[in-house]
Design a protein around this ligand. Structure first.
Ligand code: OXD
Length: 316
């Protein structure tokens, strides 16, 4: 096997290099910013990037490129005609997000129920104001999309005494879910949920999956949480739902346009918690992502069966 040239568009710690070299000792690993990476592309066999990066400028002089790997689960900026035209395979890091994203969802649910969105705002003005606080115990969480993230959310919610319902295409047996609904019964599930969590991948068929009809089907006392992708919802309809009191509040980590524009009314709504697309982040993120990459690298080097393939046309 000739030496593999791997270009990584992210800094790596020494321990990450060691993990990769333990799997495939015969490799050169170059970490570079996208602008510097151009110089390394003529010899590059494998490009490790993020799904939100625009790598098109790197492709024009990359005759040996065989594999593009995303350190993220999302690959939205990698599904382009330029990348589709290459013979390189595409993989992602799906499967490593369950722990941080589920903790993020719990943090948002607890924050709303214990009034933190209200209390933190009043702390700024030293205002001793009490407000209604509640328990999440025995509340119902409705999870839309039961992949590895949805399942981890279900497990943790169940552990906190919540009733868990979910929407899923295949009616599988799920250890932590009380009731599964088929996609056509989405609105029925929304009507029984105190918290609705969107954990769906963004695909052509899940674009604007949540519109005014879905927000109207939710309870007026319910909270909507989006840790998937902004385009899963119609943001204008969510704003209407919040303004008209169709739902109680929203916890949003992802937006139609990121960063969220300064003029978005969502910023100043007291019943909205905004986080800047950080739900999956954790000090452990890169360790886990490098493990996925290096496991797959071992298979690539041995012509074994790789995993986490992304169809470059379909986008998933
Ligand atoms: C991802 C994310 O796609 O964190 O990995 O959103």
């Amino acid at each position: 096997m000739p030496t593999l040239n791997i270009v990584v568009l992210n800094k790596l710690a020494e321990r990450h290099i060691t993990v990769i070299k333990n799997i495939v000792p015969l490799c050169n690993i170059i970490t570079a910013e996208p602008e510097e990476a151009v110089a390394y592309m003529p010899n590059c066999d494998i490009l490790v990037t993020w799904g939100w990066m625009d790598i098109r400028p790197l492709l024009s002089n990359a005759p040996n490129l065989k594999w593009i790997h995303a350190l993220s689960a999302g690959v939205e900026n990698l599904i382009t005609p330029e990348i589709q035209a290459t013979s390189a395979i595409l993989t992602n890091s799906k499967g490593i997000h369950g722990i941080p994203v589920s903790e993020h969802v719990l943090a948002i649910m607890l924050a709303f129920n214990r009034g933190l969105n209200f209390f933190i705002r009043h702390q700024m003005t030293k205002d001793w104001k009490r407000a209604h606080v509640d328990e999440i115990h025995a509340k119902t969480i409705g999870i839309v999309g039961l992949g590895s993230i949805g399942r981890e959310i279900a497990k943790k919610a169940k552990g906190l005494g919540m009733d868990v319902v979910a929407v899923k295409k295949q009616q599988t047996t799920e250890l932590f879910v009380n009731k599964l609904y088929p996609p056509e019964d989405l609105n029925e599930m929304l009507a029984v949920s105190d918290f609705v969590v969107a954990a769906l991948p963004l695909l052509p068929e899940t674009k604007e999956y949540f519109k005014l009809e879905q927000f109207s089907a939710m309870r007026k006392s319910a909270y909507f949480i989006n840790i998937a992708r902004g385009a899963i919802i119609c943001e204008a309809d969510l704003i209407t739902a919040l303004n008209d009191g169709l739902i109680m509040g929203a916890g949003l980590d992802v937006f139609e346009h990121e960063p969220l524009g300064e003029d978005s009314p969502l910023w100043t709504m007291p019943n909205v918690i905004i986080t800047p697309h950080v739900a999956a982040l954790s000090p452990m993120y890169l360790d886990r992502a490098v493990k996925v990459f290096s496991d797959n690298l071992g298979k690539f080097a041995q012509n074994g069966e790789m995993y986490n393939f992304v169809d470059k046309i379909k986008g998933y």
